[in-house]
Design a protein around this ligand. Structure first.
Ligand SMILES: CC(=O)N[C@H]1[C@@H](OP(=O)(O)OP(=O)(O)OC[C@H]2O[C@@H](n3ccc(=O)[nH]c3=O)[C@H](O)[C@@H]2O)O[C@H](CO)[C@H](O)[C@@H]1O
Ligand SMILES: [Mn+2]
Length: 347
């Protein structure tokens, strides 16, 4: 082989080597990349199909009307506050969708009420109607706080599956006003000692009421309050807030969103602790100065909700105390105040 020949062959061989190496590098990367992708996709495919199977067992398929971005379901009432808390009215939510969400979480719900002195007479109807309408299908703990423990033990309640009733002792009080005020402190203490361990959400309700339509998980939220049935059309300066600056419940005339009813409010146990602790401190500070807020613990509750806004509001469907024919906006009467003879029952 001539020198010239050998040089040419070397050049060709070198060229081939470069091409083969280049191909190898490119391909090599491709192969590793492909392996990589394939590995991930087969793993996620496997786990996601397992998840889907698991989910399918838990979640029955539900079909429902598609929400329309340009068609609000209700235009006759306010359904959202300026701080983006929904206001619950009939027709604004789909209970099947909500139930599917809440049932997955296995929530436990507490309902606390006070039956002090003569108010024990309301207990039977309160529990019986709650069994029909309050959080049906969920784990519910009723907490009856009473000074008449023995008497309440005599009652015989038939409770549904997953529903329990606990009787808790309270002191007795001379004045009915002191009963209203002390509800905040008692709820605070039991929240810390008991409710936090037993339930996720706690609702606090008046007992001189009856449930007459569904109160379900649509009403639950981190912190919820009810718009008082007497004031949903009222200008803020006419709300019956506490107006004396010396009181811890004071709200000036140019402030306030809504007037909230103390007859039904609630939230997570953490939020309820904060709320009741704030109100208790306000009530105690007022007591030192010999001041009683005009609507007792309700005034302090309103002050709290002004500065620590609720994350969900309930329409007056959730506390109704007026003649039923009075409002065309109210389509459902879920929790109704019973008529009572104040003179007779409070003493
Ligand atoms: C529907 C609603 O928002 N009601 C509020 C309203 O009046 P109400 O006239 O509805 O107050 P009320 O007499 O029902 O008292 C509030 C609750 O305290 C308990 N209790 C009261 C007295 C008594 O002797 N024994 C007893 O157990 C009982 O659970 C009762 O439901 O204003 C009260 C304060 O003035 C409370 O803020 C109530 O929550
Ligand atoms: Mn009441």
């Amino acid at each position: 082989m001539s020198y010239k020949h050998a040089k040419a062959t070397c050049k060709v061989l070198f060229f081939l080597l470069v091409v083969i190496s280049a191909l190898f590098i490119i391909n090599g990367f491709k192969i590793t990349e492909w392996h990589h992708v394939n590995f991930i996709s087969s793993k996620t495919e496997r786990s996601s199909s397992l998840d889907l199977l698991e989910e399918a067992k838990l979640l029955p398929r539900i079909t429902y009307e598609q929400p329309q971005a340009l068609k609000p379901p209700r235009t006759d009432v306010l359904t959202m506050t300026t701080w983006f808390a929904p206001i619950v009215w009939d027709g604004t939510y789909n209970i099947d969708v909500l139930n599917a969400q809440f049932q997955q979480r296995g929530v436990r719900i507490g309902l606390a009420t006070f039956a002090i002195k003569k108010y024990v007479v309301f207990l039977q109807q309160f529990i019986e109607t709650a069994e029909k309408f309050f959080m049906v299908g969920y784990n519910v703990n009723y907490y009856v706080i009473t000074d008449r423990v023995e008497e309440v033990h005599q009652y015989n309640f038939t409770l549904g599956k997953g529903r329990h009733l606990t009787i808790l002792k309270s002191p007795t009080y001379k004045r009915w006003q002191d009963i209203c005020f002390s509800r905040m402190e008692i709820i605070r203490n039991y929240t810390r000692e008991l409710f936090t361990n037993e339930v996720d959400y706690l609702a606090v309700a008046d007992i001189d009421m009856k449930f007459s339509d569904d109160v379900g998980v649509e009403s639950l939220g981190d912190l919820f309050g009810t718009i008082h049935p007497g004031y949903y059309e009222t200008q803020r300066q006419h709300f019956t807030y506490e107006r004396r600056p010396a009181s811890k419940a004071y709200i000036p005339k140019d402030e306030g969103d809504f007037y909230y009813a103390a007859g039904y409010f609630g939230g997570t146990t953490e939020e309820i602790f904060k709320l009741t602790n704030y109100c208790t401190n306000g009530i105690m500070a007022d007591k030192e100065k010999n001041i009683e807020a005009v609507w007792h613990e309700e005034s302090h509750l309103n002050r709290y909700f002004l500065y620590y806004k609720p994350t969900k509001l309930l329409s007056p469907e959730y506390v109704w105390n007026r003649p039923i024919e009075e409002s065309r906006l109210i389509r459902r009467y879920r929790f109704i105040c019973l008529p009572k003879n104040y003179q007779e029952i409070r003493y």
